[in-house]
Design a protein around this ligand. Structure first.
Ligand SMILES: C[S@@+](CC[C@H](N)C(=O)[O-])C[C@H]1O[C@@H](n2cnc3c(N)ncnc32)[C@H](O)[C@@H]1O
Length: 451
């Protein structure tokens, strides 16, 4: 085959992947008995709130990866690279969120004139229309007739009650500012070579704003920020489909779970509801657990009344958790990625000290899979993309690699590869025993290394 034939064969292969993955996604929607979502939908599809969407996510990962690769090959490079930076969707989303545009439009499903909308949100009408037109290109809001806008299934995410919208707001308002000083943080004498959390790009911005103290203090000292953060965690959970862990881990076979860094119970509340036999311990900083108790009283009072749930404050960098439980869910879900190796090892070492012979630690996080994998680690049985896609699904893994950047910008930390997690576990006497691949996140199970 000549090089030219080969190049064309690769394009055809990408087209085939786009076709088959889109058909797979359509089938997933139809399997619910509620048909496929439409571009004109003004309500969520049943599958949008399902807790196990692994099959859909697998199809979308292929679809997004293949169409970005196809378009990057076929479009002039000037277009593609300019598209990377000529992208103010985040700023438009920020306006829509702060002005609560989706909340106003929600009361007018047939659409509202931009005159009345702009008046309701106290913004200039022609500027408001430009924001909405920019977002409508992407299917977020719709111009139903000239200068009349309505919500779509995408813009419903921007309603003030939506947790994923809250997560988006945390990024559009804060993380974008930190991204603006990334190069500076890589060249500043004090920050450039440090991997400590107090040298994150965020700190450079915070200092200028007169904000001091670590991230968790900053959040916990401010009621509004704390509430927004915990809602954003619920949103992150929905966005990455992390609740699939409820369906794919053998919870029936265990009796006690400690949720380390539980937050307000994003994971443990649905776990208690779905598996009433489990005894659950929530462990986090004292001020967070006070909020967690309120959330549990509101969302799952029955579990509190049964006495199946306890709240034990601790500092995971200094204290050990409660002793001898079956599972230490270090969901470390979205915890380990908040800390550099030294602190991450301290957290795991503290857990290791109280584990019994049958205890396991579950690290539930994004797991990066680079296109060139460590030779001694290989793919470890994880799915890789078909040729000619990049093995790690390329743009299909967009959110995981952007989350890695988010961790850098906020905490000066990172998402890890499976190889890095293995090394981290081994450094404190834990061995990897199983990986549950939930597409955007993975649950990596460790047990005590047998000597
Ligand atoms: C990213 S949130 C994850 C919350 C929850 N696991 C989830 O997935 O929604 C990190 C959690 O770690 C907690 N945390 C931070 N530093 C801590 C410490 N030193 N000791 C205990 N918990 C801590 C925070 O209060 C927060 O609830």
């Amino acid at each position: 085959m000549t090089d030219l034939d080969e190049a064309e064969a690769k394009l055809e292969a990408l087209l085939d992947i786009i076709n088959s993955s889109a058909r797979q996604a359509i089938a997933e929607y139809k399997n619910t008995g509620h048909g496929v979502p439409s571009a004109d939908a003004t309500a969520f599809h049943l599958l949008d709130s399902a807790t196990d969407t692994i099959a859909l996510k697998k199809a979308i990962r292929l679809l997004e990866g293949a169409y970005h690769q196809l378009s990057a090959i076929l479009a002039p490079p000037q277009h593609t690279v300019t598209n990377f930076v000529l992208n103010y969707n985040w700023a438009c989303i920020d306006v829509a969120l702060r002005a609560r545009i989706a909340d106003v439009l929600d009361k007018h499903p047939e659409g509202l004139s931009v005159d009345r909308l702009a008046e309701a949100v106290n913004l200039d009408k022609s500027k408001t229309a430009r924001i909405l037109r920019a977002l409508s290109l992407m299917g977020c809001f719709k111009e139903v007739e000239r200068d009349v806008f309505a919500n779509t299934r995408l813009s419903l995410i921007l309603k003030s009650t939506n947790n994923t919208g809250c997560f988006a707001g945390l990024h559009s308002r804060g993380v974008t500012k930190y991204a603006g000083v990334l190069y500076e943080s890589m060249t500043d004498e004090e920050f450039s070579r440090s991997h400590e959390p107090d040298k994150a790009p965020r700190v450079l911005v915070s200092r200028r704003e007169g904000i001091t103290g670590n991230y968790w203090k900053m959040i916990n000292n401010d009621d509004e920020r704390r509430e927004a953060f915990h809602r954003a965690m619920l949103g992150l959970n929905e966005m990455v489909g992390a609740s699939a862990v409820l369906h794919h881990y053998p919870w029936d076979n265990i009796s006690s779970v400690v949720d380390i860094g539980s937050g307000i119970g994003t994971f443990s509340t649905p776990l208690a509801k779905m598996f009433p036999h489990l005894k659950i311990t929530n462990q986090d900083l004292p001020e967070v657990l006070l909020e967690a108790q309120n959330a549990w009283e509101k969302n799952a009072p029955e579990a509190l009344l049964d006495g199946r749930v306890e709240f034990v404050p601790f500092n995971f960098l200094e204290d050990v958790p409660v002793v001898g439980k079956d599972v230490y869910y270090v969901r470390l879900r979205h915890i380990i990625h908040n800390w550099p190796d030294h602190e991450a090892a301290t957290i795991l070492r503290n857990i290791r000290k109280v584990m019994g012979p049958n205890s396991r630690v579950l690290i539930h996080d994004c797991v990066l899979f680079h296109t060139v994998q460590e030779p001694d680690i290989g793919t470890d049985g994880l799915s890789t993309a078909p040729e000619p896609m990049l093995p790690n699904f390329g743009a299909g893994a967009h959110r995981s690699y952007q989350m890695d950047m988010t961790m850098w910008l906020i905490h000066n930390t990172k998402e890890r590869t499976l190889g890095e997690l293995k090394i981290l576990g081994a450094s404190v006497g834990l061995v990897l025993t199983q990986v549950y691949d939930l597409v955007e996140t993975m649950v990596v199970e460790f047990r005590i290394t047998q000597s």
